[in-house]
Design a protein around this ligand. Structure first.
Ligand code: KG4
Ligand code: ZN
Length: 330
């Protein structure tokens, strides 16, 4: 079966074609970063309008690039949430309309399930069951994954998501949107100098909290930052604190569940220091660790096509209603 995947939950338009036996046939991504940069963050109305502008031509291009016609498509998967409601509606309405016109099923995919399954697109995918650490702009979660659709939340952020903390801290450091990767680049020139707290690691449980760390960073910045080097040192201390916190909690989740496989996904999993810290921990714990390739850490259509394909193959059927849910628990 060939599934068309559509991702429009935030500021990237993703379109992919996934073949259940041959894998990815096409994977197109259009990022709206340039559009939102001057506002310092994503402007929802502009995001929706840009998705409208790009989505149909990208679907046409994906079909053309892979030499397919619409009657080759067996199903359509679209991100139905969580995300920006206007942006989600563009993908949902397009997917539903095409599915009706082409007489194929459409399936609503949870954005975080897409992230969670992204490592399955790699040549050596992880095997169920595993612990997943999902770290994106909107979510920070530890999930026990028994199989597709069988998820149990072990812990999550009580306030800011890891990516959100990265973006807000980057803003404080004077870096432009999207701040996460820029903060990470700045940290690359930082020297170990500051001791930042590791929030919530000294008490039991698997929940996270990053807003205190953000405030700690602001206070340090106001008290000490004079030069670019000071800022780089602060960026390194912040990133190290996030990396350590994620690592300590992931180790706890592995020990608590007795599982020996950790899957890390979502935009923040592109971060090199965080990857290295988790990898070192997994090695010590004798656990296998899996990351998506960097392009599949952040939002993309491929992960949605894959997740939708698994659900369609499992026989999932949905009514014709257009589903878009800005908030939606996994
Ligand atoms: O998964 P994603 O593309 O979108 C959401 O579902 O939220 O994640 C985006 C988040 C942003 O907060 C971005 O700053 C962060 O991932 N991010 C990074 C890096 N690359 C992306 N954070 C830290 N280091 C990176 N290299
Ligand atoms: Zn995402």
């Amino acid at each position: 079966m060939i599934v068309l995947g559509i991702e429009t939950s935030c500021d990237e338009t993703g379109v992919a074609l996934y073949h259940s036996e041959q894998g990815l046939l096409s994977d197109l991504l259009y990022s709206q970063i340039d559009l939102h940069r001057e506002y310092g963050g994503v402007v929802p109305e502009l995001a929706s309008r840009d998705h409208i502008r790009k989505l149909a031509p990208m679907i046409r291009q994906a079909l053309r690039d892979s030499g397919l016609a619409h009657h080759d498509i067996g199903g359509i998967a679209y991100t139905a949430g969580p995300g920006l409601i206007g942006a989600l509606l563009v993908g949902a309405a397009t997917a539903r309309s095409l599915a009706w016109a082409w007489q194929v099923p459409a399936v609503a995919v949870h954005h975080m399930e897409g992230h969670l399954l992204a490592p399955m697109l790699e040549p050596e995918p992880p095997k169920f069951p595993f612990v997943a650490l999902l770290i994106s702009g909107g979510h920070t979660q530890l999930v026990e994954v028994e199989g597709i659709g069988r998820y149990r939340i072990l812990g999550e952020s009580l306030d800011d998501a890891a990516g959100e903390a990265f973006d807000k801290t980057a803003k404080m450091l004077g870096l432009s949107y999207p701040g996460g990767p820029k903060l990470s680049a700045l940290a690359g020139t930082g020297k170990p100098r500051f001791a930042f707290p590791r929030p919530m690691t000294d008490r039991p449980g698997l929940d996270f909290s990053f807003s205190g760390l953000k405030t700690f960073t602001l206070n340090t910045l106001q008290a000490t930052a004079r030069s670019e080097q000071d800022k780089a040192d602060i960026a390194l201390a912040f990133q190290g604190a996030v990396a350590d916190t994620l690592t300590i909690k992931s180790r706890r989740a592995l020990r608590q569940t007795g599982l020996k496989t950790l899957v890390v996904a979502g935009g923040v999993s592109a971060n090199i220091q965080i990857r290295a810290s988790l990898r070192a921990m997994a090695e010590k714990e004798n656990a296998a660790i899996y990351f998506p390739r960097p392009a599949f850490c952040t939002d993309n259509g491929a992960m949605i096509a894959y997740a939708g394909c698994q659900r369609l193959l499992a026989g999932q059927q949905e009514p014709l209603a257009i589903k878009a849910r800005p908030r939606w628990p996994i």
